[in-house]
Design a binder for this molecule. Structure first.
Ligand code: SAH
Length: 343
């Protein structure tokens, strides 16, 4: 206990400390870790949780990630693309729900040209006082430039795993160095960047997870998302076991201690893994929730992983449910834009 207390009160955690904390399994020790993570969250964010309304506007993807249900080799997916008009109607719904960040996410779908995306950004920005996060995968640098000029604020591109060999095993045709170069470029041209990993990948070690947290720190990310691996049908990992919940919560709590004022979401994947996943994530240091506003029936086809939460609900039903859940654990929804606290 004394040792744990000493580690939890260190200003800067070393890799060996991180490894020690990730392995905690006794209830009283986990409680100490989570308390500390909550304390750090409160220093920077009080009891405020930021909401990001997400529009998953296309499930077409040119990539073939082994874990993802949207991979191009999965012929069983009914593919969809939303029109610009549909995206604008959904953006209004998010704005009308008093959410000040709109996340535009899709598979890597080159059908939408640089100009198409620019037009959508410009139109949303001209109509609504919101921040825009893009999560479109790897695109050309000049495309990032234009989208930034049009007013997009943030870009979410997870490094997925800091283990270069593992990265190459599960991402055919993609390159780890290149992915990191994209993140650095995005940061350089003024985007607030989000990265992060997936936890529970085959052959992933605790050391890899420690490296993921340290890499996020090194990249000075504004947001870091640690999601549990959940198997998706018709993928090479369809039979791999889902992520261990405690390992995920420990990772989130340690990430809060290391990354301090970065935004950390309690992901939908976490809510899928556990009925009270979002609440547990917040109690482990998360300060962001990303409710999906993808219209039905499209949301039922954006199945990155199996049994994704809330796929049959109408987006309008989500907000009251979320409000209640947040209230029940003593936090409240922020109505600010929730920009980065990093300088
Ligand atoms: N195509 C975009 C974003 C869409 S996917 C991109 O490549 O950035 C968003 C995130 O879902 C991915 O970054 C990945 O971390 C996560 N994801 C995909 N499949 C998953 C699975 N089976 N379990 C958990 N998370 C998964």
């Amino acid at each position: 206990m004394k040792n744990l207390d000493k580690i939890l009160n260190k200003e800067e955690l070393l890799k060996e400390d991180i490894l020690f904390l990730l392995q905690l399994r006794e209830a009283d020790k986990i409680e100490m870790l989570q308390k500390k993570a909550e304390e750090v969250r409160q220093i920077y964010f009080n009891d405020e949780i930021h909401l990001r309304g997400i529009i998953e506007f296309s499930n077409f993807c040119i990539r073939d990630c082994f874990y993802c249900g949207l991979r191009r080799s999965n012929k069983k997916v009914e593919r969809f693309r939303m029109s610009k008009e549909e995206i604008m109607v959904t953006a209004k719904l998010i704005y009308d729900s008093d959410i000040k960040t709109i996340v535009l996410q899709s598979g890597e779908d080159l059908f939408y040209t640089k100009e198409d995306i620019a037009e959508i950004i410009t139109e949303i920005k001209s109509q609504y006082d919101v921040a825009i996060t893009l999560s479109l995968g790897e695109r050309a640098f000049d495309e990032y430039d234009l989208w930034r000029e049009c007013g997009a604020d943030r870009y979410l591109l997870k490094h997925e795993t800091a283990n270069r060999n593992l990265y190459h095993q599960i991402h055919p045709y993609q390159d780890f160095t290149n992915r990191i170069a994209h993140l650095k470029y995005l940061k350089n041209i003024g985007f607030q960047i989000g990265s992060g990993n997936i936890i529970g990948l085959p052959n992933q070690t605790l050391e890899d997870i420690a490296d993921d947290i340290l890499l996020c720190n090194k990249l000075n990310v504004d947001m870091a998302s640690f999601s549990p691996f959940i198997h998706a049908d018709n993928t090479p990992f369809a039979n791999v076991e889902n992520c261990d919940m405690q390992l995920l919560l420990n990772t989130m709590a340690v990430a809060r201690l290391v990354l301090k004022n970065a935004h950390i979401p309690a992901t939908t994947a976490l809510a899928t893994l556990d009925e009270e996943g979002r609440e547990k994530g917040i109690l482990a240091g998360a300060n962001v929730v990303m409710p999906s506003f993808t219209p039905t029936p499209y949301r039922g086809n954006y199945l990155i992983y199996k049994d994704k939460k809330c796929i049959s609900e109408n987006p309008k039903q989500c907000m009251p449910c979320l409000d209640l859940r947040l209230m029940s654990i003593g936090v409240k929804v922020s109505h600010s834009h929730g920009h980065s606290l990093k300088t």
